[in-house]
Design a protein around this ligand. Structure first.
Ligand SMILES: [Zn+2]
Length: 193
């Protein structure tokens, strides 16, 4: 059974990342939401919400609600255990590009969530989940710079309230070292990118 709590340090990290001077987590800007291949965790309780939220925004914008999901336990967080160059990591990456090609899409919706049972099981922290989004983005862009890669983090506050945030990649890279220093319990692997 996964541990389903959010620690005080995790809450503090989320609030810090939302602050204007750090600006890593931003409230979802519906203008930036589009069709695409979605890499996420198959979480029975949370994935459907993220999936439906995206599709609802597309419908509201008058765009066909086409999302092509690639769901594996842990989603992007898998890339710590299975780097993009490993057999399993490469299979996930190959699925992303195959989905983009099959559905004639040019966007990867790179979707992390917290708390994530698979990430917890691996001993990963919230910072590791955030950095895994960056690992995926940089790898995919390295293979094809024309693919748009949007980063998201879904937070279940475990009190009936949930939020989906855009993750600002440049700001994440800029502040990662400081975050590791400030919130050591939120990381197992995070290192300077
Ligand atoms: Zn999960």
């Amino acid at each position: 059974m996964s541990q389903t709590v959010i620690t005080e340090q995790e809450r503090a990290l989320i609030e810090h990342c939302k602050s204007p001077e750090i600006a890593i987590l931003r409230h979802l800007d519906e203008k930036l939401v589009g069709q695409g291949v979605l890499l996420g965790c198959g979480d029975a309780d949370r994935m459907i919400e993220g999936f439906d939220r995206h599709r609802g925004i597309l419908r509201d914008k008058g765009i066909p609600d086409r999302i092509h999901p690639i769901l594996v336990n842990g989603g992007p967080a898998n890339f710590w255990q299975y780097p993009p160059t490993s057999v399993i990591g490469a299979f996930i990456i190959q699925n992303i590009f195959e989905g983009l090609e099959l559905k004639e899409m040019d966007r990867l919706i790179n979707y992390g969530h917290w708390p994530c049972g698979k990430a917890r099981e691996q001993g990963l922290g919230l910072l590791d989940v955030l950095q895994s989004l960056s690992i995926v983005k940089r790898h995919v862009k390295g293979l094809d710079a024309s693919v748009e890669v949007a980063l998201y983090l879904h937070i279940d506050w475990l009190c009936g309230r949930m939020n989906t945030y855009h993750v600002n990649h440049p700001n994440l890279l800029k502040h990662l070292n400081d975050l590791v220093q400030k919130f050591p319990s939120c990381t197992k692997f995070s290192i300077a990118a």
